[in-house]
Design a protein around this ligand. Structure first.
Ligand code: GDP
Ligand code: IMO
Ligand code: MG
Length: 427
């Protein structure tokens, strides 16, 4: 029963989409288990660029079922656009299934996301502005809408009346914003329901059927370990569980369905939005990485903060998510430097710390302890065998393995589907 989770081990944008796309070729089903259209997964395949938000990256490997699980929050307007987008690129979305239990992002979630950020001022989280936090908050407050609700006109219209009244009070009286129109939301969302109805189902049944047949299932995470609601740099996190542990709740299967966990790691570190970042570079090296790697957000276009690879984070991710192998992206981007640095531990009040602390105060005082290593040339995009990589790149990979005790199974040497050194079969 091979169930492989591919998730982000840092702050998102590690390259999950491109590795999922590669592995989807060998999988029987691909499932997203959390997050929403705050994600931006870029894939280069079949001579085209795909930027996916809510649809699993497996959609590009046509023919296999792709599922948006109950742990995902769905903006139906954005999803409908995305379906059109992939179909315009000649990819069929006929086999895309949506959990009837997935929560719906409503217009007031986006409004409240923006108003709350504005109110926080300098203390803002730096969200993507897609209403993710307010939608998950309503889910746990038990006043959210699920995809199945869009199909029940009478019930939906009555509940919307009550919920919207409360939201409009919040928007106008607390935040001083403009109230939203009941009729507009009702009409729009019932229309979305009509357009999506053939895809909305109890996907946990479909998945269970595949589990029983011993099929290969790929679980695609969004965001990353340090954006996890519990284990990330709270409150500078997203509102879901990108960790491997998010799968069981976000999909509706028992935890034993997950047999392997592939932690995706960028060969350096990036972060969008606010919050602590111990190895952040504020100098010309940080600028060089950002420019060379075009490190600007897929969703918001914001410049990504850049820094050296942090092994304290990786060891934390290994522990919390049970990583069995790493997929290392962007080894080509990190090429071209005479030397590169890797953070092997933190110094705190004169002592070496090896664990990632919960306290933001402590994090702000952590000093990275670096190992400096020989760099490598950057024209490595045609290499497919580990032994053919320049010695500096090989040493870099070996250091990660030694320091974490986890094998690096896949190495990205370029953004294309085939630009990958495979060292271990994942399925
Ligand atoms: P995701 O959110 O984890 O799927 O990652 P994103 O797609 O947001 O960001 C990763 C970016 O790095 C995308 O633009 C990818 O095309 C690109 N990328 C992924 N792997 C590699 C690699 O090995 N080399 C290079 N040059 N680019 C890569
Ligand atoms: P993928 O799947 C990088 C960040 C935002 C912000 C914080 C909270 O492409 O890796 P939210 O809108 O979720 O409430 O924002 O999380 N964030 C991401 N950063 N990659 C992502 O997704 C992200 N999704 C959210 O920048 O700091
Ligand atoms: Mg991304």
């Amino acid at each position: 029963m091979p169930g492989l989770v591919v998730f982000g081990s840092q702050w998102g944008d590690e390259g999950k989409g491109r590795f999922v796309d590669y592995l989807a070729g060998q999988a029987d089903m691909v499932i997203r288990y959390q997050g929403g259209n705050n994600a931006g997964h870029t894939v280069y395949a079949n001579g085209q660029e795909f930027k996916l938000r809510t649809i699993p990256s497996g959609i590009i490997s046509e023919g296999k079922p792709c599922v948006i699980g109950n742990g995902v929050v769905i903006d139906p307007a954005s999803l409908l656009k995305e379906i059109e987008y992939v179909e315009a690129k000649g990819v069929s979305a006929a086999n895309l299934h949506i959990s009837d239990r997935a929560h719906v992002i409503m217009p007031y979630h986006k409004v409240l996301d923006a108003l709350s950020e504005a109110r926080l001022g300098d203390a803002k989280i730096g969200t993507t502005g897609n209403g993710i936090g307010p939608c998950y908050a309503d889910k746990t407050s038990r006043c959210g809408f699920r995809m199945c609700d869009l199909l029940e006109e009478d019930r939906f219209s009555k509940k919307l009346k009550v919920v919207l009244e409360g939201k409009n009070e919040l928007i106008t009286k607390i935040y001083g914003g403009k109230p939203l129109s009941y009729d507009e939301i009702l009409n729009d969302y019932l229309e979305y329901g009509r357009k999506l109805k053939d895809r909305i189902e109890d996907t946990s049944l479909l998945i269970y059927d595949y589990v029983k047949q011993n099929k290969k299932i790929l679980f695609e995470g969004a965001q990353g370990m340090l954006l996890d609601l519990d284990y990330g740099t709270y409150p500078f996190v997203t509102s879901s569980h990108p960790t491997a542990g998010g799968v069981a709740c976000g999909v509706g299967v028992g935890p034993q369905v997950v047999t392997d966990v592939l932690g995706v790691v960028k060969s350096y570190t990036t972060r969008v939005g606010e919050g602590p970042f111990v190895t952040e570079l504020f100098d010309e090296i940080g600028d060089a990485i950002r420019n060379k790697g075009h490190e600007f957000g897929t969703v918001t276009g914001r410049p990504r903060r850049c820094g050296w690879l942090d092994l304290v984070i990786l060891r934390f991710a290994v522990r919390v998510s049970g990583i069995t192998a790493f997929a290392l992206s962007r080894m080509d981007t990190l090429g071209g430097f005479d030397t590169v640095k890797v953070c092997v531990g933190y110094e705190y009040k004169g002592k070496m710390i090896d664990n990632y602390p919960a306290s933001l105060e402590m994090l702000s005082k952590m000093k990275p302890v670096y190992k400096e290593m020989q760099g490598w040339r950057d024209d490595i995009s045609e290499i497919r065998n580990f032994e053919d990589l320049p010695q500096g790149a090989q040493e870099y990979v070996k250091l990660i393995e030694e320091e974490t005790g986890i094998p690096v199974a896949m190495i990205g040497v370029g953004p294309g589907r085939e630009q990958c050194v495979m060292r271990k079969t994942m399925f």
